[in-house]
Design a protein. Structure first.
Length: 325
């Protein structure tokens, strides 16, 4: 009997969830409630989040322990030291505000069927596409920094005056505001509240949405005010070496998501089967989980980096914050 010439790829056939859009366009009946509660959760996270504790107490301590010296007070000397610092500073920044959005990008890919080894192999595919989008943006930006960095707003040490904003702060607000709004939009699209911009292109390029999410993660470095990153940024800018800048920023991005990616793979390996069954138990559960995670991450990112920041700089009169934040 003649063969059809169509090959069967078992990995593709059982690929884990990699896009926010639920199969078949099935949406929950209470999608407006899901959106409102998720946005409220993102807002509450901005109220309790303490950048001082996360950036300096956790980030600074982790980097200092791994490097064996105070991370911010010690100059970066040479390319080798710079690349080591880049990866370590990325690890130290795992639990900064930016990685709330990283979790939102990774979590929708938790589902998967089959045995443990199969699930692990399946999970590596979307994770690789996410990294591809992330590294493209971070490496390109690093090359730009190595070429013109000393003339960029991020290089400036000008402090924000009361009631005003420095160029460096404005850059951060614009970038993180766009990232937050993008993730919020994708969350709403997963619920069918707004059109999905990747609906048509994903039919031809199934991983397009995941690559774009990775690009958003890579965009964190564009304007990121994390002290350890600014230390790396100034070193790359002063080097005048685009290749060093690209390598350093790529390694910083890899370090930044390394812990999240490892936790993701561990969860897929040990609990992926149960998660897959739970996510597919109802036609719209996947849409609810995906949308909730993206909206929480997106609303948090936008409110924290734009609205709460304006209040902290005295541009707007007030934003609610916890006593420790």
């Amino acid at each position: 009997m003649a063969r059809s010439g169509i090959t069967h790829d078992p990995l593709r056939a059982a690929a884990p969830v990699a896009t926010p859009a639920p199969a078949g366009g099935r949406f929950p009946p209470s999608r407006a409630l899901v959106a409102v509660l998720s946005a409220l959760a993102g807002f509450m996270l901005t109220v309790v989040w303490s950048a001082e504790f996360v950036d300096r107490t956790i980030g600074g301590s982790v980097a200092g322990s791994l490097l064996g010296h105070p991370a911010l007070e010690t100059p970066i000397t040479g390319v080798v030291a710079g690349t080591v610092f880049a990866f370590v500073s990325g690890l130290a920044g795992t639990f900064t505000a930016c990685n709330v959005a990283v979790f939102g990008a990774l979590a929708p890919m938790l589902g998967g069927a089959g045995g443990r080894r199969r699930r692990l192999l399946l999970a590596l595919r979307p994770l690789g596409w996410l990294a591809a989008g992330m590294l493209t943006v971070s490496a390109c930006y690093g090359a730009v920094v190595g070429f013109v960095g000393t003339r960029m707003p991020q290089f400036s040490t000008t402090q924000n005056a009361a009631g005003g904003l420095s160029a460096r702060t404005i850059q951060s607000m614009v970038i993180f505001g766009l990232i937050g709004l993008s993730m919020t939009y994708f969350g709403l699209a997963a619920l069918g509240i707004v059109p999905d911009p990747f609906d048509r292109i994903s039919r031809r390029f199934p991983q397009a949405r995941v690559v774009f999410m990775g690009a958003l993660v890579g965009g964190f470095l564009i304007g990121r005010p994390f002290p350890l990153f600014r230390h790396l940024f100034r070193d790359a800018a002063e080097s005048g070496n685009p290749l060093y800048g690209a390598l350093a920023f790529a390694l910083q991005s890899v370090g930044n998501i390394a812990v999240m990616a490892l936790l993701f793979l561990i969860l897929v390996y040990f609990a992926g089967g149960r998660l897959h069954r739970w996510l597919t138990a109802t036609p719209y559960r996947l849409a609810v989980v995906t949308a909730a995670l993206l909206i929480v991450a997106g609303v948090f990112t936008f409110l924290y980096w734009d609205v709460r920041l304006l209040a902290g700089r005295g541009v707007i009169p007030w934003y609610p914050t916890a006593p420790w934040a």
